[in-house]
Design a protein around this ligand. Structure first.
Ligand SMILES: [Fe+2]
Length: 294
């Protein structure tokens, strides 16, 4: 990790030395609420919003203690990491920044953006996507692989020292080993490769964290999740960031509404992270054209 003046600012303003050292050594760190400063009352409001969205999307009510009230089924075979699951144990609520100002404020939390900038580059960091994982009790989870992967796997090798993507995982409920928390391999970001098996599973350790914590990790860090063997819900938000040169998961630069971008506690930062000011991809003739004089 190169130390730019902006990295120095992040360290100075928020006392993040410990967390940056953990990112450097382990490729992942857990930042507690008293350090990132996002209020626990706002986390509680976000939980209530997500429970309402989950009910509207699935038709079943959800409770933190019991999970979904009614059994749920996928009408179509799920893809991605959930492919092959015998029954649903989680789903994603996507495009959170469209839904409520609280999600936009969370995405521009200065400690989150500062740490992502330290990994990716302060000038180059952008949003990739804002998703919530609604996860409940189930023995299978991601299956024997634990869904282990590195987020920047779509990027061609060799990977360098600078992260091409990096991720935050906001723990809206407590993260425990039996409760289906994140799994990761400490130091795996320095291997510079996609997850290798069976090593990724054998070396995976649980990321246990208190409610309200923010987990930050490098896009090359091998990670997945353990199955949730306890009753109730594990709620989280993955605010995912990218280097400017990497395509975003959600089309924010092209289609995110300007009026919503204005409605947050730092509109200039939100718009920059959306990529509104980037010269690429251009949507019209962007280069000046010489003309005959009139
Ligand atoms: Fe991931």
């Amino acid at each position: 990790m190169s130390v730019s003046s902006r990295t120095s600012e992040v360290i100075k303003n928020y006392a993040l030395e410990k967390y940056l050292l953990e990112l450097e050594v382990n490729g992942l760190t857990v930042v507690p609420p008293e350090v990132h400063g996002f209020p626990l009352e706002a986390i509680d409001q976000i939980v209530e919003l997500l429970l309402d969205y989950a009910e509207a999307m699935t038709g079943s009510s959800f409770s933190l203690d019991q999970g979904p009230e009614r059994p749920l089924y996928f009408a179509e075979e799920p893809s991605g990491l959930t492919k092959g699951a015998r029954e649903p144990g989680q789903f994603l609520i996507q495009q959170l920044a469209h839904k409520h100002r609280l999600f936009r404020d969370l995405a521009i939390n200065p400690v989150a953006v500062g740490l992502m900038g330290c990994l990716i580059g302060h000038k180059e960091v952008r949003f990739s996507s804002h998703n919530s994982f609604i996860k409940w009790q189930g023995d299978f989870g991601y299956g024997p692989s634990l869904g282990m992967h590195a987020d920047q796997t779509a990027q061609p090798l060799p990977w360098g020292r600078t992260a091409l993507t990096s991720n935050t995982n906001w723990c809206l409920t407590e993260y425990s080993s039996g409760g289906g928390c994140l799994a990761y391999v400490p130091g795996s970001h320095r291997y510079g490769t996609p997850a290798q098996f069976p090593r990724a599973v054998k070396q995976a350790v649980p990321v246990e964290a208190a409610k309200g914590s923010m987990i930050a990790f490098h896009g090359a860090t091998w990670h997945g999740a353990f199955p949730k063997k306890t009753p109730g819900l594990r709620l989280s938000i993955a605010n995912y960031y990218r280097h400017q040169s990497v395509t975003s998961q959600e089309d924010l630069s092209g289609s995110f509404p300007c009026d919503l971008a204005e409605d947050c506690h730092d509109a200039a930062l939100f718009k920059t992270l959306c990529g509104f000011n980037d010269i690429f991809p251009y949507k019209q003739q962007s280069e000046k054209v010489p003309r005959i004089s009139s």
